[in-house]
Design a binder for this molecule. Structure first.
Ligand code: G3I
Length: 366
């Protein structure tokens, strides 16, 4: 087991969190009755959900929290290429099939995430020629999208195609081996495999008012224009919205709201796909951290909720018991991050309260 997976498992099993339980003295029970974010969102014609993994289904309170709070799920990592096709001639759908079954058990939907990405790829894909890569890619899309035909809310076909610095497309293996048309080709292959499912391009770092985000937004606009000119099948853009708290310069989102208005001429839906707040720059104190995290959720969603074509919001996880941030962006003080609407013990955080009031507010209409 990788160090990453071990650390994740420690958090999952509560070794890291027992201290949290002692700190907060909270019972390990989900509150019987608290407003469902999904039910409140539904009243605004929004789908509300969260990323999930099968390990979370092994803890009844966790599964119960998903049933109570979500009507849309997205596999955090178990629908990626390394999991679905670990060997060249072996597909394994067991993990996402379990998530689909769980979603259906309470009338929720499942998003497909993600067909093409530069991470979590199987090793057998390495050292292929360009022709072999194209053949493998077409077979993968045809097999995976075909397996879930008619069963998913949407598919993230391409994840993070924009270059890290915002100048051009990311130089991933697809670009290097297949050229810039790989995006259109992947979208067309997905459409052949499922004639109806909404096809999505998903990316991050597009939201804040910053020179980098501005560059990434301009690059995305160019990409959408090209795909529209070529009549490529594309129904939505996913904005990951991994927000980063910065007490010295709290992020704002004016440019993002304007960008969504500019993008709306392309007849696209907008998805907020991986919403959470990185609190590593905030003090250790829970109350101070939770307040700043909640306020950042509020600033972002106040800017975004009025967008007419906004169709869904998913947070990247539901409980702080497991967040990618603790492995990928650990706090210097070693404390677990508090990025999500529910804490380690599945208790609502200040962020949850802000989300409830935002979703109930008439002044923030969409
Ligand atoms: O593969 C092992 C598996 O065999 C083992 O049973 C399991 C035990 O926990 O661990 C698995 O490992 C890791 C998995 O997370 C679960 O821990 C993978 O090695 C690791 O790569 C994977 O990381 C995920 C990452 O995407 C790569 O897929 C993160 O959980 C997930 O939060 C992250 O999500 C990405 C989005 O897809 C795209 N946007 C950015 C976001 C954050 O990086």
């Amino acid at each position: 087991m990788t160090r990453f997976a071990l650390k994740r498992r420690q958090f999952l099993l509560g070794i890291g969190g027992l201290s949290a339980a002692l700190l907060t003295g909270q019972p390990l029970r989900v509150e019987a009755q608290q407003p469902s974010l999904a039910e409140l969102a539904k009243q605004r014609s929004l789908l509300w959900g969260a990323a999930i993994s099968t390990e979370m289904l092994t803890i009844p309170d966790w599964a119960g929290l998903y049933r109570q709070q979500t009507r849309l799920l997205v596999p955090e990592w178990e629908m990626k290429w390394a999991v679905l096709q670990p060997d060249r001639d072996r597909f394994d759908f067991s993990r996402p099939d379990r998530l689909l079954t769980f979603a259906r058990s309470y009338q929720a939907q499942l998003r497909g995430h993600t067909l093409l990405w530069h991470q979590q790829l199987p090793t057998w894909l390495n050292n292929l020629t360009a022709t072999e890569t194209a053949t493998a890619l077409q077979r993968y899309i045809d097999t995976v999208v075909g397996h879930y035909r008619g069963q998913l809310q949407s598919w993230d076909v391409i994840n993070e195609p924009i270059a890290e610095d915002g100048y051009g497309l990311r130089p991933n293996r697809w670009l290097q081996q297949l050229g810039p048309n790989y995006l259109e080709q992947a979208l067309r292959w997905a459409r052949v495999a499922d004639a109806q499912v909404p096809l999505v391009i998903n990316d991050y770092g597009l939201e804040p008012d910053s020179p980098l985000a501005t560059r990434k937004r301009q690059q995305l606009l160019q990409l959408v224009e090209t795909l529209r000119d070529r009549d490529a099948p594309l129904q939505a853009i996913g904005f990951q919205a991994h927000l980063v708290a910065n007490p010295q310069a709290p992020p704002s989102f004016t440019g993002f709201a304007e960008f969504l208005a500019e993008l709306s001429r392309f007849d696209l839906d907008f998805y907020i796909t991986e919403l959470d707040v990185n609190d590593r720059a905030l003090p250790a104190n829970f109350a101070e951290r939770d307040r700043e995290v909640a306020h950042l959720y509020q600033r972002f969603l106040t800017a975004v909720l009025p967008t007419p074509r906004l169709k869904l919001v998913t947070t990247w996880g539901l409980s702080d018991r497991l967040s990618w941030l603790n492995q990928f962006a650990p706090r210097a003080d070693g404390l677990p991050q508090r990025p999500l609407p529910f804490d380690f013990n599945f208790q609502p955080t200040e962020t949850y309260g802000i989300l409830v009031s935002l979703l109930q507010s008439q002044s923030v209409s969409n």
